[in-house]
Design a protein around this ligand. Structure first.
Ligand SMILES: NC(=O)c1ccc[n+]([C@@H]2O[C@H](COP(=O)([O-])OP(=O)(O)OC[C@H]3O[C@@H](n4cnc5c(N)ncnc54)[C@H](O)[C@@H]3O)[C@@H](O)[C@H]2O)c1
Ligand SMILES: O=C(O)C(=O)C[C@@H](O)[C@H](O)[C@H](O)COP(=O)(O)O
Ligand SMILES: [Zn+2]
Length: 374
């Protein structure tokens, strides 16, 4: 249904294929993207593997590839050095060589870890992203960021390593839970806030419900394609996040801190939603201003997240979040780069000192309800 080229220059350009029944034909895409590959290792998690690995395995075999499957326990709490190490050991035990290919079949956790394994195995081999969550289709499968979490925080060990292709089969959305699908909407709202007021207005009129997206796969494909275009337009001008790419981090300084505080039990998109609202509200309350600031920005982001089933109440007190946010990768000594929305469709990257971050968090998050986390 849609094919988008990511025209990067540090590594090779690649295509994102978005449509239905694409996993059945995934072997041909891999063959085309990595013509020299003799063997493929599918890396997947314990939920996705039983649902889809056999389809991909058959298609890869049909395309003439030898195939092995490595399955790890599902969940962000397994996005660790230990799981990543086990993937590397599997690649070595299967004797993958530098011409072979890793297949990341799953959500963002799988894509980030399999991508990082591919980036570092023998100093870098090819991989193909096959995202199976909405979040991974609209965001994590594109752009080449891959990582694992460390005990101090999110994505602290990783690389930029671009896939050879992305195969987003929208039929996979049908086996998600409504909560998992809603979680992906956090990143959709983010893209709309930083770059596309029309998309934001469309979502205000017609929120992306589970029923709508799983019934109307053409609409799902169109929404995913628009998100991939938004991300592409940022990544192609700043592949390694020296500047503009930081915009894609809107909501993440606080969002990642919430994830860490939750022991990685809360979904990434859900935490980004809380982080976006807190940042928009807190920055305004802390006095950030510009001629194009629009007063209702935070409230519109808040309302749109809630319309997508995402709670925007912060479950942790400000001082805990400030502590966790200190490990953010965008911190440089006593300063940190934050993304502040001015109005729907426009945001800027601002260098703040840590006291300003503290003020934004304190003003932006609501105090937790009696008795702790909500
Ligand atoms: N690299 C990037 O640019 C980038 C961008 C955004 C997020 N991320 C990372 O992505 C991760 C979040 O991704 P996620 O929300 O996809 O998490 P996930 O991979 O943990 O998937 C969420 C849950 O859905 C299950 N699942 C996946 N696809 C399924 C399907 N089709 N049917 C049934 N169950 C399915 C998984 O097993 C898991 O339990 C975080 O670690 C985040 O940091 C990375
Ligand atoms: O691709 C990017 O760049 C992003 O920032 C996308 C984010 O949605 C994603 O969560 C990313 O992994 C966060 O990057 P990090 O560098 O803050 O770990
Ligand atoms: Zn994110």
């Amino acid at each position: 249904m849609a094919e988008i080229t990511i025209d990067i220059t540090v590594q090779n350009p690649y295509r994102v294929h978005i449509g239905t029944r694409l996993l059945e034909g995934a072997g041909a895409v891999v063959r085309d993207a990595v013509p020299r590959a003799r063997k493929a290792v599918i890396v997947t998690d314990s939920n996705v593997g039983p649902l889809y690995a056999h389809i991909v395995r058959d298609s890869l075999a049909e395309a003439g590839l030898e195939v092995a499957v490595h399955t790890f326990p599902a969940g962000e709490e397994h996005k660790t050095l230990a799981t990543y190490g086990a993937i590397l050991e599997f690649l070595a035990a299967e004797e993958l060589d530098r011409s072979d290919v890793v297949i990341a079949l799953g959500g963002g956790v799988t894509g980030d870890m399999a991508g990082f394994a591919a980036a570092t195995y023998m100093r870098g081999i090819a991989y193909v992203q096959m995202p199976t969550t909405l979040l991974a289709m609209v965001d994590s499968s594109v752009g080449g960021k891959c990582a694992v979490d460390l005990s101090c925080g999110k994505n602290l060990a990783g690389a930029f390593w671009q896939p050879g292709a992305v195969v987003a089969d929208v039929g996979c959305l049908g086996t998600l839970t409504p909560e998992q699908l809603a979680d992906g909407c956090g990143e959709v709202v983010k893209h709309a806030v930083i770059a596309d007021a029309s998309l934001f207005e469309l979502l205000e009129k017609t929120p992306l419900t589970f029923d709508l997206l799983t019934r109307d796969l053409s609409l799902a494909a169109a929404i995913i394609a628009r998100n991939v275009e938004i991300k592409r337009d940022v990544v192609v001008i700043d592949e390694r996040e020296n500047g503009a790419r930081k915009l894609l981090n809107f909501g993440h300084s606080i969002g990642h801190a919430i994830e860490a505080c939750s022991g990685y039990t809360l979904g990434h998109g859900t935490c980004v939603a809380v982080g976006m609202v807190a940042m928009a509200r807190g920055a305004r309350a802390a006095g950030w201003d510009a001629p194009d600031f629009e007063e209702d920005t935070a409230e519109r982001i808040d309302a749109l997240c809630r319309a997508h089933g995402l709670s925007t109440a912060c479950p942790y007190p400000a001082d805990e979040l400030v502590e966790a946010a200190m490990h953010d990768k965008k911190r440089r000594g006593t300063t940190i780069d934050l993304v502040i929305p001015h109005r729907i469709g426009a945001a800027s990257i601002e260098r703040c000192d840590l006291e300003q971050l503290r003020a934004i968090i304190e003003l932006g998050v609501e105090a937790p309800a009696e008795g702790g986390a909500r």
